[in-house]
Design a protein around this ligand. Structure first.
Ligand code: KG4
Ligand code: ZN
Length: 356
C-alpha cells in the first residue's frame, strides 16, 4: 500500500482542537491536543457555540506547535488531512477552513477524513502487526458501532446503537449522579469505590438478536434508581459510587457481549476497540478476559489515541493521499455521514451525507 510521507492532521469535530504530524502513516512526529474542559464544565456538557469559538482562538497556535514539535515547515509536508465529519458543524469548520488555507498557501494537497475512519486507524497505529480483516468496535461520545474492517474496501457496518452512544450514556449518568464533566472518567473514578452488585441494572440488548446496541434504557434505569433512593441530594458518596459501579458494569458487559457475538457470527479472530470509551479501565479488563477465554486477538490503542486526537486523522489521511485521493478547496464539513461515505469528495458522493 502506498502511503504519503509527511502529513499534517487537524481534528476539531467536537471539543478538542488537535494537530499532529505523522510520517509514513505510522511514525508520530508530534501530537498536540487542546481540550476545553473548563469551557464546558459549568454546563455539564459540550456547548457547541462555545466549542467553535474556543477552536477559533486555539487553532493557529495548536497547528504551529505541532509543526514546531515535528521540526517541519509547511513546505516540507506532503499533504494536509482534516476531519470533514461527522461532528459539530461549527467545530468542524474551524479546523477544516484552517487546514484548507494552510494547504493552499503551501501548495499542498488536502484530503477530508471521516472521524470514525480515524478512530479505526488508531488501532493499526498502536499494533503494527494488525492488518485487515478484523472487527472494529467504535465506542465514543457520539457513536457506538461494530465494523468489519477489510483490506482495500470501506469498513462494513455490522451493528450500531439504536439510540444513545455508550459515551453519551456515561456523560448523562455523570450528570444524574452529580459527578461533573467530562463524564466518562468521572463515572469510572466513582465506580472504582463502589459495589458493582448493589443494583441489578439491565444488560442492554443481551437477549436481542443481531448486533445493534442500545443505551437509553440503561440511562433511564439509573435515573429511576436515583429517584428510588430519594434523589441525588439524599444519596451519600458511597451510594453514588455503588450506582456508578453498577451502571459501568452493565455498560461494559453489554459491549463485551455484543463484541463476542460479532466475533462468533463473523468467524473473526481479531478485535480492535477504539474511541474515547476504549480508555475505560473496566472495559479493557473485561474485554481482555473475554479474549483469553474465547481465544481472539485484542487491540486497544493507548489512552491518548483512544480519545480525540489528530494523529489518527493524519494517519488515515496519509493512506487516502497515498491512494491518490484529493479534495478541492471546496471541501465542506458534514455533521452526519456514515463510515465509508465521503460526500465531500465528488464522484464518491452518490449516497447519504447531508449538508447541514
Ligand atoms: O472519541 P471521543 O474522545 O470523542 C468522540 O468522538 O465522541 O470520546 C469521548 C467520549 C465521552 O463520552 C467520554 O465521556 C468518554 O468518551 N470517555 C470515557 C472515558 N474516557 C472518555 N468513558 C468511560 N470511561 C473513560 N475512562
Ligand atoms: Zn471521537
Amino acid at each position: 500500500m502506498c502511503i504519503a510521507e509527511y502529513v499534517l492532521g487537524i481534528e476539531s469535530s467536537c471539543d478538542e482542537m488537535a494537530a499532529a504530524v505523522v510520517r509514513g502513516g505510522r511514525e508520530i512526529l508530534s501530537s498536540v491536543v487542546h481540550g476545553q474542559v473548563e469551557v464546558h464544565s459549568p454546563y455539564g456538557g459540550v456547548v457547541p457555540e462555545l466549542a467553535s469559538r474556543d477552536h477559533v482562538r486555539a487553532v493557529s497556535a495548536v497547528v504551529e506547535r505541532a509543526l514546531t514539535q515535528a521540526d517541519l515547515t509547511p513546505a516540507r509536508l506532503d499533504g494536509v488531512a482534516v476531519t470533514a465529519g461527522p461532528g459539530l458543524l461549527g467545530s468542524l469548520l474551524v479546523g477544516l477552513s484552517f487546514g484548507k488555507a494552510l494547504a493552499y498557501r503551501a501548495g499542498l494537497p488536502v484530503v477530508g477524513v471521516h472521524h470514525l475512519a480515524g478512530h479505526l486507524v488508531a488501532a493499526e497505529l498502536a499494533e503494527s502487526s494488525l492488518r485487515p480483516p478484523y472487527l472494529g468496535l467504535v465506542v465514543s461520545g457520539g457513536h457506538t458501532a461494530l465494523y468489519h474492517v477489510v483490506e482495500g474496501a470501506e469498513p462494513q457496518l455490522l451493528g450500531e446503537t439504536r439510540d444513545d452512544a455508550v459515551g453519551e450514556a456515561f456523560d448523562k449518568v455523570a450528570k444524574l449522579l452529580g459527578l461533573g464533566f467530562p463524564g466518562g472518567p468521572a463515572v469510572s473514578a466513582a465506580a472504582a469505590q463502589g459495589n458493582p452488585e448493589a443494583v441489578a441494572f439491565p444488560r442492554p440488548m443481551a437477549k436481542k438478536p443481531g448486533l445493534d446496541f442500545s443505551y437509553s434504557g440503561l440511562k433511564t434505569a439509573v435515573a429511576i434508581e436515583v429517584k428510588r433512593r430519594g434523589g441525588l441530594a439524599a444519596m451519600d458518596t458511597a451510594q453514588v459510587a455503588d450506582v456508578a459501579a453498577c451502571f459501568e458494569l452493565a455498560a461494559v458487559e453489554s459491549l463485551v457481549q455484543r463484541a463476542r457475538r460479532a466475533l462468533r457470527v463473523e468467524g473473526a479472530g481479531r478485535l480492535a476497540v477504539v474511541g474515547g470509551v476504549a480508555a475505560n479501565r473496566l472495559l479493557r479488563e473485561h474485554m481482555a478476559a473475554a479474549a483469553k477465554r474465547d481465544g481472539f486477538a485484542l487491540v486497544f490503542p493507548p489512552i491518548d489515541l483512544c480519545t480525540d486526537n489528530a494523529v489518527m486523522i493524519a494517519a488515515a489521511g496519509a493512506r487516502l493521499l497515498g491512494r491518490g485521493e484529493r479534495d478541492s478547496l471546496g471541501l465542506n464539513a458534514f455533521s452526519r455521514v456514515a463510515v465509508g461515505q465521503a460526500p465531500w469528495r465528488p464522484g464518491r458522493a452518490e449516497r447519504g451525507g447531508e449538508l447541514t
